[in-house]
Design a protein around this ligand. Structure first.
Ligand SMILES: *Cc1c(COP(=O)(O)O)cnc(C)c1O
Length: 375
């Protein structure tokens, strides 16, 4: 059994994908081929923003946003304590300091009251250093981006939406990756929309930032890449990945999102009385990057992992450690007391196989195994 079945996805769409790849091979425009711009236009239209700039991966996408805003030494950036490392790593990479914020037990996303408390805990004389909030759409459900935006703008901060897992999700009918002053996503193979290697994208309605990011991704280019007007990086999406993504975006829109909704509903129907099943708020749609349940305690969770493994059912723990306890962030001040939910979640979460090609019988088998453990 696959945790995320990319093999079936390929088999069912092999003709179209192979044709798209062969076209790139024949053109030999491996960098900046016409498919890259075509994909950027399609992604911008789907998400509902003016500009999409693709890049090398989801981490670079976040980095490009912080660089475009000139965030660096001395600056404070708020970020959830329960997320993938990248969301906070990039803050330190540009020389700024992350302020870890606790998350909401039900949705796993940044808790708005905890954000306010984290802001309140910043000394008055340091308030001018607060520059941005990184809101992560964890496991596919958008964060409370409207409420977070309000808090951010009350304090003159920019909003960066890390939509690496949220692509395809919605808040009040509006697509994820459109809520930040800048939003980003990742096309890592296992994400909701994945390519066949590394890839990422930046989304914004702001023309000047879009231009700066286009420059930053090619060595800070000016008129061309031999005219360098700022320090940048080399972070382009290659043409092969763009060609694959054009095909994958088509099936993502056509049926993949819907299939994930169906799989999630089947899981929840069988498991809601057994474990804490994921809660999607009424104004939200999840893209189901993960289907993550919670147990009452860590011992039961670990027993479930072992029991499922015995039956050949793969599971994963996202995430086993909160950001403030990562060794790489050891020098960063944080308050364990204020990050209780995040820390507790690490002990009790379990992600089950989730993808558009999950069959009803497979879900039934997984649920049977879960029910057996819990009883
Ligand atoms: C995967 C992920 C990233 C990083 O994306 P890469 O393409 O792997 O660099 C950033 N943030 C979150 C929340 C992610 O899940």
């Amino acid at each position: 059994m696959e945790f995320r079945d990319l093999k079936t996805q390929y088999r069912q769409n092999q003709k179209a994908i192979d044709r798209a790849i062969a076209q790139v091979m024949e053109s030999t425009h491996f960098i900046s081929g016409s498919q890259v711009e075509e994909l950027e236009e399609k992604l911008a239209e789907y998400v509902g923003v003016k500009y999409c700039i693709t890049c090398g991966n989801g981490t670079d996408a976040l980095l490009l946003a912080l660089m475009a805003w000139d965030i660096g030494a001395g600056d404070l950036v708020f970020v959830p304590d329960f997320t993938f490392f990248s969301s906070a790593e990039v803050i330190v990479a540009v020389g700024a300091t992350p302020v870890f914020v606790d998350v909401d037990y039900d949705t796993f996303n940044m808790d708005v009251d905890s954000l306010k408390q984290a802001i309140d805990s910043v000394e008055e004389q340091d308030r001018h250093r607060m520059k941005a909030v990184v809101a992560v759409d964890l496991f596919g459900q958008p964060a409370r981006l409207d409420a977070i935006r309000k808090v951010a703008s009350d304090y003159g901060m920019l909003l960066l939406e890390d939509g690496a897992q949220g692509f395809g999700g919605e808040l009040n009918g509006r697509k994820a990756c459109s809520f930040g002053d800048i939003s980003t996503t990742s096309f890592f193979p296992a994400k909701p929309l994945g390519c066949y290697g590394d890839g990422g994208a930046v989304f914004t309605d702001h023309e000047e930032w879009a231009n700066v990011i286009r420059s930053l991704r090619v060595h800070g280019k000016g008129a061309d890449k031999y005219d360098n007007v700022r320090i940048g990086m080399n972070s382009r999406l290659d043409t092969l990945q763009a060609a694959v993504l054009i095909e994958k975006l088509r099936i993502f829109k056509e049926y993949e999102m819907e299939q994930c909704d169906k799989a999630a509903a089947l899981y929840t129907d069988r498991l809601e009385k057994v474990v804490h099943t994921p809660r999607v708020l009424p104004e939200m749609r999840s893209s189901w990057a993960q289907y993550t349940v919670k147990f009452d305690d860590g011992e039961l969770r670990d027993r479930a992992i072992a029991a499922l493994k015995k039956q050949g059912i793969p599971t994963a723990v996202y995430y086993a450690r909160p950001m403030h306890l990562q060794k790489a962030f050891a020098g960063i001040p944080s308050s364990a007391e204020k990050l209780k939910v995040s820390t507790m979640l690490c002990d009790v979460v379990l992600s089950l196989p989730m993808h558009p090609y999950l069959e009803e019988e497979t879900i039934a088998r997984i649920c049977d195994a879960m029910i057996e453990v819990a009883s």
